[in-house]
Write a protein that binds this ligand. Structure first.
Ligand code: ADP
Ligand code: MG
Length: 693
């Protein structure tokens, strides 16, 4: 079998450079087609010298006024070549320190020359150091000048100009051999040119290309690559979803009576949004196919009760429910709430907690196995191998962003027939991200807060304002409030973070000697955590110093102040989560974001969004814009590979388009069996290793 021709045989390469390419994993001309420029320089027009500004990298054309070897600033042994050009609008000096003697031969006084390089200013005169010479016999004008030229990533041992020339050869001879896998209707709908032409224009843009778009990776040809990438992700999600839809599940239909009875036992009226999502969920679980629904609702919007209603419908059908929470604290909170709601009903709620003794845990597992437990609440302990359910039919995963797809799948495997799945998240995910991450889920949104909530007032504070913060704390506690003081967890050193937390607690105790201060951190045993949390809840502790373990879901309505230390170290969405620990009661609440250190001012500007809005979606959008999706809660766990070409903010429109095209194509040929779609099939198969479950 003959493989593709090695890159060695491309004009200008040879065995020595081929080795350099190979060191970068580039063995064939095809490989080199996918070595993309990291930037571009617009060399289409020479810029008049008068218009030059420091920092520009542009071609300059002029008459050679003087050529000086040795130079006026000759120092030591290094030789300097200095060439002065003039174009009628001004003069520019080009300098080469250490140069090949032959270089000077390019310049003859009185002749024209074109140079390209970064402009700097020296005594009000523009200068270029080591510019590229564009207009001499040796250089190939079509490649290096008179066009937008590509700037390639450095490859050791290959000078930039040589690399550009090689790429030019390769693009001219090989780009159009790249077969386009998408049919014309898809390319039309996506508004992108075919692959071969796209590759050619990405390397060597057309004469009339928009340089700015190219630099943003937004030219139509670059969008072809973005489209391909987003298409393959959407295709994978659609397949996954179709797989779910084909599976069988135990239908859990509801009727008015059941729902009326459940509702009559609720401690409050549901909000309109809660009612809407309850309907969506109940409709789903009434079907003989598994529900896979994401319930999004801002912190405090009341997701728990929605899960409870679904759980009660399941209970009526005599099947089991599993409720999984990311932390012990949260699991216990759910357990207590569910147990309270179940009071007076023959509903058995069980907690599978690390706090249980081995014996107790074994007993709980036995009850779950025997089907005595109707609602099993726990952390990921629930998906451990030793846990068996008798007839699990509904799984609820709280704070989904803390879990990955893996846990979702493991929970599903606990049931003999696919269970209905409700995943809940309080991290509002921007729409684009939701499509990219959870395209395999249906989405319900609670976009309304329970009545009577007073928006939390947020202030960014500097160290100088700490005294004021302490005054506020004192006042609130006198009024019966409770206070959280939260410290960031420094990932590199959990130990340091703990020491920080312990020190802070001591300091706070010094400042408020008459007030009971508690300390909560991730290294504590579950029982210890419980004890502290319990004391804070019932009010014997008034101030809780904590690492971010209080981040998710904890509900203490009396807490009215949260102070977040080193707020600049947190993402906005995480701050929003933390802030949601207060404002749960009927009294006004405050959030103080303490910033300090060198980045104080920059941080304050970023954090200003927190002062302006309590809308989690707006904050999430802002977070996505500032930090990009990589850092976004849930992205890493989602199993989506790093995006090479796409940017979920910049390419939001293309993401939507890709999703629509995938849907249309699936209607026509869901398995890509049509020979016309052979290429697409190979393309998505090559690129679909998105999840490892
Ligand atoms: P989250 O969506 O953050 O999980 P929770 O389910 O913990 O929110 O609810 C936050 C608080 O609001 C709880 O104390 C809960 O009892 C209360 N709550 C939920 N729904 C309503 C409602 N419709 N009316 C009044 N209070 C509600
Ligand atoms: Mg919650």
């Amino acid at each position: 079998m003959t493989g593709p021709p090695p890159i060695q045989y491309v004009k200008g390469v040879g065995p020595r450079l081929a080795e350099r390419f190979a060191a970068r994993g580039i063995r064939t001309p095809q490989d080199a087609l996918y070595l993309f420029p990291k930037g571009y320089q617009d060399r289409r027009r020479a810029v008049p010298i008068r218009e030059l500004r420091a920092g520009m990298t542009v071609p300059v054309r002029g008459k050679v006024l003087s050529v000086n070897e040795g130079g006026r600033f000759f120092r030591g042994r290094s030789r300097m070549l200095e060439v002065v050009l003039a174009d009628g609008s001004g003069r520019i000096v080009a300098k080469w320190f250490r140069y090949q003697p032959s270089l000077a031969k390019h310049f003859k006084v009185g002749e024209e020359a074109t140079l390209c390089g970064a402009i700097r200013m020296f005594r009000f005169m523009p200068e270029m150091h080591h510019p590229e010479i564009l207009s001499s016999e040796e250089t190939d004008d079509a490649v290096h000048s008179g066009r937008i030229v590509p700037i390639y990533p450095d490859i050791e041992g290959i000078p930039p100009k040589t690399l550009r020339k090689i790429q030019w050869e390769i693009v001219r001879n090989h780009a159009d051999k790249e077969v386009e896998c998408f049919p014309a209707w898809i390319l039309d709908q996506a508004g992108v040119p075919p692959l071969g032409r796209s590759l050619a224009a990405i390397h060597f843009p057309d004469g009339d290309a928009d340089a700015e778009k190219l630099l943003e990776f937004s030219s139509p040809q670059q969008k072809r690559l973005v489209f391909g990438e987003l298409f393959s992700i959407q295709w994978a999600l659609a397949r996954r979803r179709a797989g779910i839809e084909r599976e069988a599940a135990i239908p859990l239909p509801w009727d008015k009576e059941i729902v009326q009875e459940i509702k009559s036992r609720l401690p409050f009226e549901l909000t309109g949004a809660q009612r809407r999502v309850v309907n969506e969920i109940l409709k789903d679980i009434g079907r003989p196919h598994p529900m896979h629904r994401l319930l999004q609702g801002d912190v405090g919007s009341g997701k728990t009760i929605v899960a409870w209603i679904a759980a009660m419908v399941a209970w009526r059908h005599g099947v089991q429910v599993a409720v999984m929470a990311p932390t012990e604290i949260l699991a216990e909170q759910h357990y207590h709430r569910f147990a309270a709601l179940a009071e007076g009903l023959p509903v058995k709620v069980d907690l599978l907690s690390a706090a249980l003794s081995t014996k107790e845990r074994e007993a709980a597992r036995e009850r779950i196995r025997a089907g005595e437990t109707h609602i099993a609440v726990g952390t990921h302990a629930l998906i451990q191998e030793s846990v068996e359910f008798k007839n699990l039919a509904l799984g609820v995963i709280d704070e989904q962003h803390r879990f990955g797809v893996l846990q979702r799948t493991s929970l599903m495997k606990k049931a003999k027939i696919s269970p209905h799945l409700l995943v809940m998240t309080a991290t509002p995910i921007p729409r684009t991200l939701a499509i990219a991450l959870y395209g395999d889920l249906d989405v319900s949104v609670i976009d309304e807060m329970p009545k009577g909530r007073i928006p939390i007032r947020t202030r960014v504070m500097y160290e100088s304002g700490r005294g004021k913060v302490f005054e506020e704390i004192r006042k609130e506690i006198d009024r019966g409030g409770r206070v959280y003081i939260v410290l960031p967890l420094i990932e590199e050193s959990e130990k340091l973070a703990l020491r920080d937390a312990a020190r802070t607690a001591d300091k706070i105790r010094e400042i408020f000697p008459d007030i009971d201060v508690g300390l909560l951190h991730g290294r504590m045993k579950p029982q210890e955590k419980d004890a502290v949390m319990g004391a804070f809840k019932e009010g014997s502790l008034k101030i809780l110093v904590s690492t971010t373990v209080v981040e998710v879901g904890v509900d203490v309505p009396e807490a009215t102040i949260i102070v977040i230390e080193h707020a600049e170290r947190f993402g906005l969405s995480q701050l929003h989560q933390l802030r949601g620990r207060v404002g749960r009661g009927t009294r006004p609440s405050y959030c103080f974001l303490m910033v300090g250190g060198a980045q104080g001012e920059e941080a304050a500007a970023r954090l200003a969004v927190m002062e302006q809005t309590t809308d989690g979606f707006k904050i999430a959008e802002e977070d996505l814009r500032i930090r990009g999706p990589g850092d976004f809660a849930g992205v890493r766990q989602s199993g989506i590979p790093d995006l090479v070409f796409s940017d979920l903010v910049r390419d939001a429109g293309m993401l939507q388009t890709a999703k629509e095209i995938v849907e249309e194509l699936r209607q026509k040929d869901s398995e890509l069996e049509n020979p016309e779609h052979e290429g697409i099939r190979r393309f998505v198969e090559r690129k679909t290793v998105l999840w490892k479950d």
